[in-house]
Design a protein around this ligand. Structure first.
Ligand code: NDP
Length: 270
């Protein structure tokens, strides 16, 4: 039986970081399907961004794709100034952009620490800062940030990533309290193993072992994460703020058993 759960975001403007690939692309597509105007930003993979835009040429009047480094404060400030000229309001921000630079702490170069914190955590701060300033004027807004169970469990070789993901949750819970009176909600979605490039690269044996750690015995799909994001951005979630919604197939952050080891590749999100 196929149920259909439809949201209507027509007339709303949605900004999605890392919105052209992986989970972010699925989020962008779900909002486009729901009638929204989507602003998808990416770091530098122009080819993926062009392919995404081409796939949605039919909705070109509701789609903008921009290169923007979310961790670069002056760049983000300029981006929002320009945004003001084009869009009177911003209804939803999805902080999805994320990177990994894995290494055990004893071998972790300062750049790997810095880059991960800069993109994942500082990027969440810069984007949220300018977004709430715009949302406060409208007295309405939704912020959804993609964190990871890594921030609660901790993973070998991912101290920088785990710290950034834990920091995102603390940041969002604090911001949720600050802006609640302005009718702005701030929540997190915490995906488990999601079938992105990262998972595709895992050796079959390792992937099978990870699958066994998931009570539903499969990896999630990007649209399944997008569904949680749209729910939190919808009017149905008006009374939810400061929350973290697990999309993990039942693999709870606090009961994972033996945490997996992310040895390689080093430059993927997870
Ligand atoms: P991908 O690597 O597939 O995509 C990451 C996206 O983020 C890309 O669009 C990338 O742009 C963009 N990005 C990276 N750095 C920046 C930056 N500085 N400024 C703007 N955009 C940037 O990642 P996933 O889809 O797998 O992950 C998305 C989010 O979900 C991340 O936050 C990740 O931590 C989290 N997550 C993922 C899990 C998984 O299993 N996949 C599990 C748990 C959490 P470009 O295309 O230009 O490189």
């Amino acid at each position: 039986m196929q149920e259909s759960l439809r949201y209507d975001f027509s007339g709303q403007t949605i900004l999605i970081t890392g919105g052209t690939r992986g989970i972010g692309r699925a989020v962008s597509e779900a909002f486009l399907d729901a009638g929204a105007t989507v602003l998808a930003v990416y770091a530098g993979n122009r080819q993926a961004a062009d392919a995404f835009a081409a796939a949605h040429a039919a909705a070109a009047d509701r789609l903008e794709v921009h290169a923007l480094d979310v961790g670069d404060y002056p760049q983000v400030e300029r981006f929002f100034k320009e945004l003001d000229g084009r869009h009177a309001r911003l209804d939803v921000l999805v902080n999805n952009a994320g990177i990994r630079r894995d290494a055990v702490v004893g071998m972790m170069p300062p750049e790997s620490w810095q880059q991960v914190i800069q993109t994942n955590l500082t990027g969440t701060y810069t984007m949220s800062k300018f977004a709430v300033l715009k949302m406060m004027q409208a007295r309405y807004g939704r912020i959804v940030t993609i964190t990871s169970p890594s921030g609660v469990i901790g993973f070998e070789g991912q101290a920088n990533y785990a710290a950034s993901k834990a920091g995102q949750v603390a940041f969002c819970r604090s911001l949720a309290r600050e802006v609640a009176r302005r009718n702005i909600t701030v929540n997190c979605v915490s995906p488990g193993f999601i079938a992105t490039d990262l998972i595709a690269d895992l050796p079959a044996e390792q992937a099978a072992a990870y699958r066994q750690m998931v009570p539903l015995r499969r990896f999630g799909e990007p649209p399944e994460v997008a569904a949680a994001v749209l729910f939190l951005a919808s009017s149905a979630a008006a009374y939810i703020t400061g929350a973290v919604l697990d999309v993990t197939g039942g693999r709870h952050s606090s009961s994972s058993g033996s945490p997996c080891r992310w040895a390689s590749p080093a430059r993927r999100s997870g």
